[in-house]
Design a protein around this ligand. Structure first.
Ligand SMILES: [Zn+2]
Length: 244
């Protein structure tokens, strides 16, 4: 028998670890809005500054500053004000021990019961979800959740130099992967998700009015349908993995 997949009904703290500014908003902003509305304290950890993104003539050296500001505004739209930036280069992420240590540091600082990240598995039916940086961020986060963050002898400098005690995360939610097993109906907070997405001006301002909602809303309605929700609902889906 597989393990039960139902997540905890409520957690005190959650941490979302994503490769790029905007990743959390495309896949999970509705879910985050529901968590914060229910009193969960949500933090973000952004692995890169998204400096390889964008569609206009913005000078490349300004992109990290702009994208940090955009993600900060998007986070505020769904009730998140605690952001941790790791500053890795966009498009070149590798699952190094250094990245595992840096994510473990944030896990030990935030002490979340729940972590949300990208699936490390390639989703062949929707290849855009499986950007190599997304899979690397997901893989590195899972390695940080188990075993690094909970093992006091892993990355010993975190404890010795920074006083960061080991911490065990109970569950991980993987987005954008091939095996979702949990659906969240976010219809009631979908306006907050649009507000979060529209905050990423360098990424979405080239789109004609309404196209973003049509495009992302189309996926979300399809997700709702695939998971048996009533017609016209908007949903986000995840693979929930118990790690406690
Ligand atoms: Zn991305």
């Amino acid at each position: 028998m597989p393990l039960p997949t139902a997540p905890a009904e409520h957690v005190e703290r959650a941490l979302c670890v994503l490769a790029h500014p905007d990743d959390v908003d495309f896949g999970s902003a509705g879910t985050v809005a529901q968590w914060t509305a229910a009193g969960t304290q949500v933090s973000y950890c952004l692995v890169t500054d998204g400096d390889a993104g964008g569609f206009d003539e913005t000078p490349r050296d300004q992109m990290p500053v702009l994208r940090r500001a955009e993600q900060t505004a998007a986070a505020a739209a769904v009730g998140v004000t605690d952001l941790h930036w790791l500053g890795y280069p966009d498009g070149r992420l590798e699952p190094t021990l250094g990245l595992r240590r840096d994510i473990s540091r944030v896990i030990r600082q935030v002490r979340p019961q729940r972590v949300l990240t990208s699936s490390p598995e390639r989703f062949y039916e929707r290849i855009g979800a499986s950007h190599p940086d997304h899979m690397t961020a997901g893989e590195s986060t899972l390695r940080a959740v188990y075993p690094d963050a909970r093992n006091p002898f892993a990355h010993p400098e975190l404890l010795a130099d920074e006083g960061l005690e080991a911490w065990t995360v109970s569950e991980v939610w993987l987005g954008g992967g091939p095996h979702p097993n949990h659906v969240v109906d976010v219809t009631d907070v979908v306006e907050r998700k649009w507000a979060a997405l529209m905050s990423h001006v360098t990424q979405v301002s080239h789109l004609p009015e309404g196209q973003l909602q049509e495009f992302v809303g189309g996926w979300m309605r399809q997700t709702a349908k695939d998971h048996g929700l009533p017609e016209g609902r908007f949903a986000e889906a995840f693979q929930v993995v118990h790690t406690g």
